[in-house]
Design a protein around this ligand. Sequence first.
Ligand SMILES: [Zn+2]
Length: 392
Amino acid sequence: MLAFIQFLVLTLLFIAHKSIIFNMKTTYNNHLLFKILLFTIFLLNFNISGAQGYGGLKTIVIDAGHGGKDPGCRGGHTREKDVTLAIALKLGEFIEKKYPDVNVIYTRKTDVFVELDERAKIANRNKADLFICIHANAGGEAAYGVETYVLGLHRTEAQQKIAERENSAIQFEENNDEKYKDIDLSVDAIIARQLQLSVFLDHSIMFASMIQKQIKNIGRKDRGVKQAGFLVLYKTTMPSVLIETGFLSNKKEERFLRDTANQTLMAQSFFKAFKSYKDYYEKGIVSTTSEKTEKYGLSEDEIKNEEVIFRVQIETSTKKIPKDDDRFKGLPVWMYENNGLYKYTVGAFKSVDKANELKKEMRKRGFEHAFVVAFYQNERINLEKAIKLAKK
Ligand SMILES: [Zn+2]
């Protein structure tokens, strides 16, 4: 049946292509038009066969950036290669545990050097359905946040610099002239390669945006999905992304990324993105309710004045604390002032049970004194009274 639909679409496109060229011969460049049509055929063809035709997401290759003699970029106390490996191993573990039937392959599991070329080959050789490269960034001291790249043309100097820095790992390889002589990272070549890989690019961008969504959910700065000419992405023939997990050149982010609990948090968010992607890939489902809504409840602009709202208080201070302070561990906090003190909460729920659930989680995450507080018409009110009011 699917084959028949594909045949029909291709035939229609072929007829359309003929007639368009016939009609527009005088004004349009046939060659370009043909290319565009070919590209459309690719996309349509893929979309029709997409969900079912690929038989499930069976193999993922996780690539911890750098390693061995190539330390990657450095913070004051941290080497990129250590951070990337720690996150990569944790991510793999999450997937292995939840999906024992998914084959998780690592380009490295220890502190060894692996050539860029070989990393891509590992993915191709194993016919991976997804390739995910984990890196950390370097930039000015002030830059912070997470960005995910797919292969493409950089839009800014900064993006190009990042690709150049990551590509420079080949300086540690022998015979690199020989190995990379066929790779052309010029504008034309990248466009041509994108066209060749167009079916995967679509999926790469989808996965990349799922990653960035999860990053926002854990309260880290979302720098967006970007494109640049990364060598390691150039050679792979499956959906591939490269995540820059944060800036080691920024002291605060370095501290964040060094921390084992935060490395787990990062791996967990990549795992959640993997889960959404797997659903999308296999069943064509794009989940609409974000985890943030489930976990943290209403956003501030969704709260109506006449509602009783339950929040989880995690911190009190005599001085104002910036919301991105380390002690909040990247959580989306909301502050109110009460009796001359600054109080910090997470979550906003209409149900006290949901707030209690989050309280338990906050206690597990190190906020031992977390407790539920209630608000009515923007004023803190007694909890029992609030529960009664909420039931009305
Ligand atoms: Zn790197």
